[in-house]
Design a protein. Structure first.
Length: 149
């Protein structure tokens, strides 16, 4: 294995560790009574709120999970009254998923608390240049998440 391959492997391992730790910390920054939902349920609900009515298949593809897994996630969200389903007016074979008022309210509160904690930490611990590096890293991470294969 060459030095470049070793560096890529080390980067992948360290990035995975850092993302796992940060995800756990962000999750802990929510009030305990706000957490009957999993991370995947919250990200799915967030996507529904952000993108508007969508299908189970489109959500599964966007979240990089199987359609059956997404159906389970949506079932849990529906059970908590956070989403609703209706027939697509343009294609009666499709069902559109949209957020309820309660779902939109939840998405406005939980991520806001997490982002407020993270913003405070970034401001206290990082210099402006380091903050810019993280912003660029977030862009790169989103590009990686959206990559095919």
């Amino acid at each position: 294995m060459g030095a470049e391959e070793k560096r890529v492997d080390e980067t992948a391992a360290e990035l995975t560790k850092a993302m796992t730790r940060l995800r756990a910390r962000l999750r802990s920054e929510s009030a305990p009574d706000e957490m009957p939902w999993t991370w995947s349920q919250l990200t799915t609900l967030g996507r529904v709120v952000e993108e508007g009515p969508t299908t189970t298949s489109a959500l599964a593809q966007a979240e990089h999970v199987r359609r059956q897994s997404m159906a389970e996630t949506l079932s849990a969200l529906r059970g908590h009254g956070l989403i609703m389903s209706e027939q697509d007016p343009d294609d009666g074979r499709k069902t559109l998923i949209s957020a309820t008022r309660e779902g939109r309210a939840l998405i406005a509160t939980i991520p806001a608390a997490r982002e407020a904690w993270l913003a405070g930490v970034l401001q206290r611990l990082l210099q402006p240049g380091e903050q810019q590096v993280l912003l660029r890293a977030a862009e790169i991470m989103n590009r990686i998440a959206d990559a095919d294969g």
